[in-house]
Design a protein around this ligand. Structure first.
Ligand SMILES: Nc1ncnc2c1ncn2[C@@H]1O[C@H](COP(=O)(O)OP(=O)(O)OP(=O)(O)O)[C@@H](O)[C@H]1O
Length: 337
């Protein structure tokens, strides 16, 4: 397992690697109330586990992760919450300390490697400067580690390839190079935002296998994905987000086998990757709400085939169904496990 650095404490059996509680992030608007993009989100992740964050476009997955990483646009403001990582609250760290944590203790992989990498630097410069900047080793060692990192992610001829620029690589190779960069510091936590969306199925599988190797070595992985097949294949636990809130949380298998929130059932019914193969796809009617006009009560109720009014117009907190499961629907506990 990777060791925490800089006086950060190792997670104990009772303390998760990352504990996110009651996170609130809003966007300023020219007119009107701010948009509540993340509205009371909580979740935990343990070392060596993978957590999927799923939900339709606009549900708040990326803003949640950008809040934790403190990579929000200027128009956004985090108004409440904590994100305890290795004993420290990321939300109150100084900007300098946060830059040290980001990219070193927390690795990041994004959907589009071209955006995440510097197009003007060779892979060697990107990888070695990353190590040097974080003070992890000296120049000669950095070069060795950079070649090794490329080899580790299955880039052939790493000694030669290290001299190329990102645009000279295929999409799949670039994605691997970005993973190499995220892994080279041996982060305790890796946050991957749709890491396999832009690549074909074969590369997708290879990338997931790479990430699985990291997980086995004790790295915690948060994967933002709208692909429930990827979540099932790779992630131990899952949270489902809708309109900025967590509507269901469970071990992935349980979530997909016996979804308790009507929205989760809707996602499954409309998924090609899971459950949609043997029966016709049933897309969820309507579209996610405009956050400026969030429906009262359960934000999903106007699209929910099971809604019962006026009950569903009341606010609904997450209900603990068991020690590992919770869902934000008043009927979620109807058939307990
Ligand atoms: N730069 C921004 N300015 C204003 N509002 C924003 C901005 N970025 C996000 N939002 C708001 O936050 C909501 C959540 O966005 P977010 O990117 O987290 O969704 P997501 O679940 O990651 O979607 P996707 O799967 O499309 O990436 C959006 O619906 C939008 O209302």
């Amino acid at each position: 397992m990777t060791e925490p650095r800089d006086g950060a404490t190792a997670p104990t059996a009772t303390e998760p690697l990352l504990h996110v509680a009651d996170l609130h992030t809003e966007f300023r608007r020219e007119q009107g109330e701010p948009l509540r993009a993340v509205d009371g989100v909580s979740f935990d992740i343990a070392p060596g586990r993978a957590l999927a964050i799923v939900g339709e476009s606009g549900s708040g997955k990326s803003v949640t992760m950008r809040t934790v990483l403190r990579l929000l646009p200027r128009t956004a403001r985090t108004t409440a919450g904590t994100a305890r990582f290795q004993g420290r609250d990321l939300l109150t760290l100084s900007a300098r300390d946060m830059r040290r944590v980001r990219g070193r203790d927390i690795g990041m992989v994004f959907q589009n490697a071209m955006e995440a990498m510097n197009p003007t630097l060779t892979l060697e410069r990107q990888l070695t400067e990353h190590l040097l900047w974080h003070g992890i080793c000296g120049k000669a060692e950095a070069k060795k580690r950079a070649v090794q990192a490329l080899a580790d992610v299955g880039i052939p001829e790493p000694e030669r390839r290290i001299r190329v620029y990102p645009f000279q690589l295929s999409g799949g190779m670039r994605q691997r190079a970005m993973i190499a960069m995220a892994m080279i510091t041996q982060p305790a936590l890796l946050i991957a935002d749709e890491p396999t969306t832009a690549v074909d199925v074969t590369v997708q599988r290879q990338i997931l296998d790479l990430l699985a190797g990291l997980k086995e070595r004790g790295t915690g992985i948060i994967m933002i994905t709208h692909d429930l097949g990827v979540a099932r294949y790779f992630c131990d636990d899952a949270v489902v987000m809708y309109a900025g809130r967590v509507v269901e949380r469970a071990p992935t298998r349980d979530l997909l086998d016996t979804p308790r929130h009507p929205y989760t059932r809707g996602l499954l019914g409309s998924s090609v990757e899971v459950g949609g193969r043997d029966r016709p796809l049933a897309p969820i009617p309507g579209s996610p709400p405009d956050l400026a006009r969030r429906p009262v009560g359960c934000a999903f109720h106007p699209r929910c085939a099971e809604a019962q009014l006026p009950r569903c117009r009341e606010d609904q907190e997450l209900i603990e169904i068991s020690t590992t499961r919770a869902a934000a629907c008043w009927r979620a506990g109807d058939d307990d496990d």
